[in-house]
Write a protein that binds this ligand. Structure first.
Ligand SMILES: Nc1ncnc2c1ncn2[C@@H]1O[C@H](COP(=O)(O)OP(=O)(O)OP(=O)(O)O)[C@@H](O)[C@H]1O
Ligand SMILES: Cc1ncsc1CCO
Length: 552
């Protein structure tokens, strides 16, 4: 019986005022059952035993009517008293072996784990499933130590895959901050293909708390999460399934140019908010670039403010150019808010590989949530690839925040960028004289721009600002949106640099702002055409060089 349990939409209850409010928990759970949750865990850390048993009995009645198992968090005695289907034990709760002796083999015993060691021990002690987390920080769970992100969960899944039969067969659910706006990408990221693993262990379910219990309509919220679980995510094929939609490269480029024109028009129509949490060097320049391309900038570094800002339909840039401990916790809050609202986030890991602090900051931010687009120069993207779990066969240490000469060929860069995008299930852009961008499947090299962009500070940062607005205004295809933003930015730079009044990097900056503005207007008013100026190449063949290896 317990082998048939469906862990896919796993409801964990919460009776706190902040989440349940004044509603009756049993009624909320009944609604969730009607909406389609597949298993329920009753979690209540504050009620006394009598109240726990009484609520658990009522919950069990409802669960039985729907043929759904009920587990009790922490309290084996309550599970016994109620006769429900099992328990879920945290690291500080009763040992699994003891619980098994009391409950017997037929009951379900789950365990919370957040490390390889805890997973190994839980399997050895005979847990039926693992609740792996914390995935993302939530308002109820802020203990940073336990936040392991998608990568931490992937590591545990791999570890289980490499273990004995019990390890391979154990069921898994992820927990922490899963909601309707991130559920598909979390599952999608956790199911990313792995080299030499034809059928990798994937997650069996997602545990949800606030997105159901805190919803004013738990039935609809659960049904919506079920629908999201059942439908394919809005992503295209992955890099393990090469998929090109155009037989001829020129057709692909033509489609890209049509999409770019549309994307620029949309930025002007919508004037999306570009919320910048950026470094101290570029604040003013970034705000001016946002205005010049038709977006609405706001420089807002207070993390809690993102809860409101994220609901305004804009995009967020997290740029760690002048990172501080305070900054990091503010970025994490904003990432949580934008992920919850579903707004795009551009991550600019400035100087990512330069110091130990920046390497740790990169890894912390990658654990804090999902980035729709990660952009950086070559060395920064290499550092991000390491933080994502790749080993790179390159020992170069980043020197400053600006990119130096390229370490790799164009094809090698495309390989790195597309591998990272496939693993993160997002878009990755590596800037330089030639930019390389990929969503894990499609790969483009863009050679527009001008060398003056490399001679002023903040060209990469303000490109990030530009991309946040392009992604916000064009959510249906992030790769196309980003290409459009890059073209707008770089073709404007070409125009500016070749003007008679521009004598060098100093006079280039104001001319660049003027040209960003005029190029946008030309497109909007159907006076301009970038087709003749674009220098885009589709990259179809990447080397099978062992440049990157996923950490086993
Ligand atoms: N030599 C060049 N020729 C053409 N375009 C360039 C050149 N160098 C940089 N760029 C363009 O400048 C922008 C920023 O890229 P770059 O790699 O210099 O970013 P970065 O090092 O992160 O910059 P920063 O740290 O100053 O913000 C991109 O649009 C890129 O294409
Ligand atoms: C120069 C510099 N230092 C930290 S951020 C920054 C802006 C360019 O990335």
């Amino acid at each position: 019986m317990k082998n048939q349990v469906d862990y896919s939409l796993y409801l964990v209850t919460d009776s706190t005022e902040a989440i349940l409010g004044s509603r009756d928990l049993v009624e909320v759970v009944e609604q969730a059952l009607l909406g389609g949750v597949t298993i329920v865990q009753y979690r209540d850390k504050s009620s006394d035993t009598g109240a726990l048993i009484s609520t658990a009995k009522r919950l069990h009645e409802k669960c039985k009517q729907h043929n759904i198992p009920l587990l009790i968090n922490d309290r084996v005695d309550v599970a016994l008293a109620v006769g429900c289907e099992g328990v879920h034990l945290g690291q500080d709760d009763m040992n699994i072996v003891e619980a098994r002796k009391i409950l017997g083999d037929d009951k379900i015993i789950g365990a919370t784990v957040s490390s390889l060691d805890e997973s190994r021990i839980a399997v050895e002690r005979g847990a039926d499933y693992l609740g792996i987390g914390t995935l993302y920080a939530t308002n109820t769970k802020k203990n940073i130590k336990d936040i392991i992100g998608v990568n931490g969960i992937r590591k545990i899944l791999r570890f289980l895959d490499a273990g004995d039969d019990a390890s391979q067969k154990i069921k898994t659910v992820c927990i922490g901050g899963v909601n309707a706006s991130n559920l598909q990408r979390v599952v999608h990221q956790l199911c990313a293909p792995r080299p030499n693993t034809p059928k990798p262990k994937t997650i069996d379910g997602v545990a949800v708390v606030s997105a159901i219990v805190g919803s004013p309509d738990p039935k609809t919220a659960s049904a919506n999460l079920q629908r999201l679980l059942a439908s394919p995510p809005p992503f295209k094929a992955t890099s393990s399934e090469p998929h090109f939609w155009f037989e001829k490269e020129e057709d692909e480029i033509k489609a890209l140019m049509t999409a770019s024109t549309k994307a620029t028009k949309r930025v002007h129509e919508k004037s999306p908010l570009s919320h910048n949490m950026t470094n101290l060097v570029v604040q003013n320049f970034a705000a001016n670039v946002a205005l010049a391309i038709g977006a609405s900038p706001i420089m807002a570094n207070y993390g809690d403010e993102a809860i409101d800002l994220s609901k305004l339909g804009g995009g967020l840039v997290v740029n760690m150019g002048t990172v501080t401990p305070d900054g990091l916790s503010n970025y994490a809050k904003a990432i949580t808010a934008y992920n919850a609202a579903g707004g795009p986030i551009v991550f600019d890991p400035v100087g990512a590989g330069a110091t130990a602090i920046r390497r740790e900051a990169t890894s912390f931010l990658m654990r804090s949530g999902y980035f729709d687009l990660i952009k950086g120069n070559e060395r920064e993207i290499l550092a991000v690839a390491r933080a994502s779990g790749f080993t790179l066969h390159d020992n170069s240490q980043q020197r400053g925040v600006d990119s130096g000469d390229s370490l790799f060929s164009l094809e090698q860069r495309a390989y790195i960028v597309s591998s990272l995008a496939a693993r993160e299930r997002n878009v990755v852009l590596m800037t330089g004289a030639t930019d390389v961008i990929s969503d894990g499947t499609r790969m483009y090299a863009i050679s527009n721009g001008h060398k003056y962009l490399g001679l002023i500070t903040g060209s990469g940062c303000t490109l990030g600002t530009t991309l946040s607005a392009y992604l916000a205004a064009n959510p249906e295809d992030k790769l196309h949106a980003a290409v459009a933003g890059i073209l707008h930015f770089e073709i404007a730079a070409q125009h500016a640099a070749t003007r008679d009044d521009v004598k060098g990097p100093g006079t280039f900056v104001p001319a660049f702002l003027d040209e960003l503005y005029s190029r946008g207007l030309e497109i909007v008013e159907d006076r301009g055409d970038w087709t003749a100026l674009q220098k885009i190449e589709c990259i179809k063949n990447i080397p099978d060089a062992k440049l990157l290896e996923e950490i086993p």
